[in-house]
Design a protein around this ligand. Sequence first.
Ligand code: DSN
Length: 442
Amino acid sequence: MIYLSQQDPLIARLIDEEIKRQQEGLMIIPSENHVSKAVLEALGTVLTDKYAEGYPGKRYYAGNAVVDKVENTARDRAKKLFGVPHANVQGYSGSPANLAVYLATCEPHDPIMGLDLLSGGHLTHGWKVSATSLFWKSLPYHMTVDGHEDLNEVREIARREKPKLIWCGGTAIPRAIPFKAFAEIADEVGAYLAADISHIAGLIAGGAHESPVPYVHIVSTTTHKTLRGPRGALVMVTEKGLQKNPELGEKIDRAIFPMLQGGPHMNTIAGIAVMLEEASQPAFKEYTKRVVQNAKILADSLVTHGFKLVSGGTDNHLILMDLTPSGPGRGLFLHLALERAGIYANKNTIPNDPSSPFYPSGLRLGSPAATTRGMGEKEMKQLAEWIKRVSDHIANVRMPADKEARQEVIKKFKQTLEADSFYSDLQNEVRELCLTFPIPGV
Ligand code: DSN
């Protein structure tokens, strides 16, 4: 960063600090990953200077000959990788991409169904504080306590309410998504079925998870999770989608631009194109296999240490720990304590959580970023042992039911984290391991 360090030392220093944090810490948040040097290079180019409202061959600005080729390359690669006839690569991120799916399939206030946020659904699947529940009638379904989509509930609501759109997929689902079963229900009631594969898109591209493409009409995904690209989104229409509505591709494109967005971020689209090429290589297939293996090893090791997991384990990259055996609301404490030691997981609700989303009883972990660094069985077992050590260290901390007492306990807990040498010692251990597995982009 020669120029940046000279011109803006503050921002250069902060970027260096973040590189150090990522390099010396362990990112096990399942939605995070490390992109390649090639993707980083594509992001930091003059493509960021170009306005390109519209689509290739039909723009509102001059000078788009080159970026048209970039966008067409990204579209073609997405279509090939996922086996779909239509792909839009302009979504700024998952939320606008999902909003485009609504705009392409529903009229305002139509009934829609998605997995409840507290069960592991995404905000944009109709959660009450999301705009999607203001503009459409949201009829959420839930997870059963054993961590599987409650298909009986889905069928029952769908038959009764005749939704226009049903979402499958979410953000905290440790098991394979039953696309075929969802399709049977959606087809029976005439609903569009959209799979939000943001978490598992890389696994699908690499063959480590079943693809929704034969079953659903629309597939949406972010590009930066298991896919390992820049922050962005794809919205794809399947053959089945085009059979249901031959104009669905154009409707998605119109929803992204001009309904929701302006100029696409061409540097990001170039980075997405690079990532899509990487994801089509045999090495990526191997990577996704190891992501799932590592998650299973981590899950088994956590169970061996006595932890309870939602659904008992994992089929993918994600593990959801159910910490209720040590009391409700423990997710926050374990999240904070691990963070202090340089291990970055995230607090999360579990199905039927006795606590609230701010103080949930679960912890969400994942293997994608650690696997990108080359970590394997030994490191996953070590990680489980560290989690156990931290959990035992805070065994006596309980989340009070009373709101004021809760704030006081959290405040005190944060203070003890700073002072306690247990965490500094553990952080040294974590750092030592992490330094032997460099992050790839730096
Ligand atoms: N924020 C993402 C996640 O962490 O799963 C979902 O959008």
